[in-house]
Design a protein around this ligand. Sequence first.
Ligand code: 5GP
Length: 205
Amino acid sequence: MSGALLVISGPSGAGKSSIIRELLKQIPNSVFSISTTTREKRENEIDGVNYHFTDKKSFKKEIKNGAFLEWANVHGNFYGTSLKQIIKFVDEGKLVILDIDVQGYMILKKRLKCRITSIFLTTKNIDDLKTRLLLRQSDSEADIEKRLKNAIAEMAYMKRYKYLVINDDFKTALAQTLNIARAAFNKRSLVKTDKFIQEWIKSAK
Ligand code: 5GP
């Protein structure tokens, strides 16, 4: 196992998807962890690209089968990360980028802490977030209200993340995220230190 995980969380509408789209283009060997969700597909989304869309019954069956590394109920819908997919990518030595909520991150942290680099991405204030959610025109008014309410609760988890990126100016936020992502493979905890040192000494001629 030699891959690394880059977790990006933050309020819905903060710009995670746009940042991730650029990271995938600019970071060699990076892949996106496609989550499974019971949420309705948005007009601009493609099944199998943005998410694997499914219904609640199938999702619950997958939970029973142990298919998810983590899953959570976010804004009233289920979202989950495929265990099989993550194992495959990590085995292949990829940088796996995950767009998951704070609950999912807390679970993942317990299971794979040594492989995770975490970023909390947010807007500079809640008013900005509301403007963005309204501008993207993909959610109903009730849904936007729900997302704004959840955003306040999500902000409390900010301190659990290693890095904070404020998405005020997109270019700046992207540059900062790229810097963090590029360091993910250099996380010392990716390496079994004792084994590394033993082999390092053994190489003496
Ligand atoms: P959206 O419906 O806007 O695509 O996503 C809503 C929230 O669900 C976002 O905060 C996103 O990070 C989170 N999310 C997406 N996929 C997963 C997942 O697999 N697990 C968890 N825990 N959260 C997810």
